[in-house]
Write a protein that binds this ligand. Structure first.
Ligand SMILES: Nc1nc2c(ncn2[C@@H]2O[C@H](COP(=O)(O)OP(=O)(O)O)[C@@H](O)[C@H]2O)c(=O)[nH]1
Ligand SMILES: [Mg+2]
Length: 366
């Protein structure tokens, strides 16, 4: 199953433009059979210079970067939690994603109407955040009511759950997202089934005009978004969705030249992908054979058998052990043979927690 980011924001802020850029630049879906086939879902490959280095070392027949999904979530307007716009339809989509990219309009363009008549990034953010909070209040209230009925059985776990929900409810009523609460892992687990929207990590994409693609720090709207995000411990990526659409149509040298003209090191899309990957708390490990060099995504803290399971369930079921070398060691050694001679190739068992950049070979038996 692919991890996913939902793109939210008020109407006319540039969500679909950004999403089009994503699908344009999009991945060859044949490589990613686990990804959803849906017009609102775009698969992106995660750029990783380490993959290029491994390709240099191994010269494989094929190269497969790791990927995740972006989902264009339409229909979020003021009053959506009460059925305005697409109303509750968007809620169903947004509950399923792992993280949220919140697009904020920071560009001036008289030809493009702003739903509230003026460019006001903080007002926009608050409008959207309020809808999300209201949607969560609704879920929490209903869950508390249901759980209270079951409380009579004297179930300790339900009592704990209600206690956590009451705390979440209090925060939401103070206009604070559920993620702002300092919940323990156990407490999070108790309410995980609710899929609270405001529990998901958020990244702000400040959509600026074509003239401001390179972040000079001069856009006052972006500055405001940055201040707001800093207080929330959230990241901001400055991007021009229009320009990203143009970049996504280009390849190779044309693309490099266009980026240089714009004064950019890399596309905004790549910066967004990197930021989203980090936001999701993800690690990459590699498999590197002559047939294929490939990057795989895991969550931080994943143990070797579960990491193997990302490749195939048989790998997890029949896991025996893993041969592991860190990317840095392999890269410095220049080949697997030298890394082995240097004693840098380790054998790891079921309890091994996979690190970012591990190059792995699994032994399994089914
Ligand atoms: N000038 C300018 N227009 C943009 C930019 N991004 C989006 N737009 C335009 O704003 C309008 C609404 O964009 P769209 O992506 O459909 O917004 P959505 O409602 O959030 O999906 C379209 O006409 C876009 O071309 C941008 O960076 N600069
Ligand atoms: Mg749209």
């Amino acid at each position: 199953m692919a991890l996913s980011c939902g793109i939210v924001g008020l109407p006319n802020v540039g969500k679909s433009t950004l999403f089009n850029a994503i699908t344009q630049a999009g991945a060859e879906s044949a490589n990613y059979p686990f990804c959803t086939i849906d017009p609102n879902v775009g698969v992106v490959e995660v750029p990783d210079p380490r993959l290029d280095k491994l390709v240099e070392l191994v010269t494989p027949k094929s190269i497969v970067p790791t990927a995740f999904e972006f989902v264009d979530i339409a229909g979020l307007v003021a009053g959506a939690s009460k059925g305005e716009g697409l109303g509750n339809k968007f809620l169903a989509h947004i509950r399923e994603v792992d993280a949220i990219v919140h697009v904020v309009r920071c560009f001036q363009d008289e030809n493009i109407t702003h739903v509230n008549g003026k460019i006001d990034p903080l007002g926009d953010i608050q409008t959207i955040n309020l809808e999300l909070i209201l949607a969560d209040i609704d879920s929490v209230d209903r869950k508390i009511e249901r759980s209270r009925k079951n409380l009579k059985g004297g179930d300790k776990k339900i009592a704990q759950e209600v206690e956590v929900l009451e705390r979440v409810k209090e925060a939401l009523y103070e206009d604070k997202p559920a993620r702002s609460l300092d919940l323990s892992d156990d407490e999070r687990l108790l309410i995980r089934d609710l899929h609270l929207i405001t529990m998901k990590p958020v990244l702000y994409a400040a959509n600026v005009s074509e003239a401001e693609v390179a972040d000079t720090g001069n856009n006052e709207y972006v500055q405001k978004v940055r201040e707001f995000a800093a207080a929330e411990n959230a990241e901001v990526v400055q991007i021009s969705a229009r320009v990203e659409e143009e970049i996504a149509e280009l390849e190779g040298e044309d693309k490099a030249m266009f980026l240089e003209e714009l004064g950019l090191q890399e596309s905004g899309l790549n910066r967004l992908i990197a930021a989203a990957y980090k936001l999701l708390g993800l690690y990459t490990y590699f498999t590197a054979g002559v047939q294929e060099v490939r990057a795989w995504t895991i969550r931080q803290g994943t143990k070797a058998p579960q990491a193997a399971g990302v490749i195939h369930t048989d790998f997890e079921r029949g896991f025996i052990r893993a041969e592991v070398v860190s990317f840095d060691d392999l890269s410095a050694a220049g080949s697997m043979t030298v890394a082995r001679e240097r004693g840098q190739l380790r054998l790891e068992g079921k309890e091994y927690v996979v690190k970012d950049g591990d190059v792995m070979h699994f032994r399994f038996n089914v």
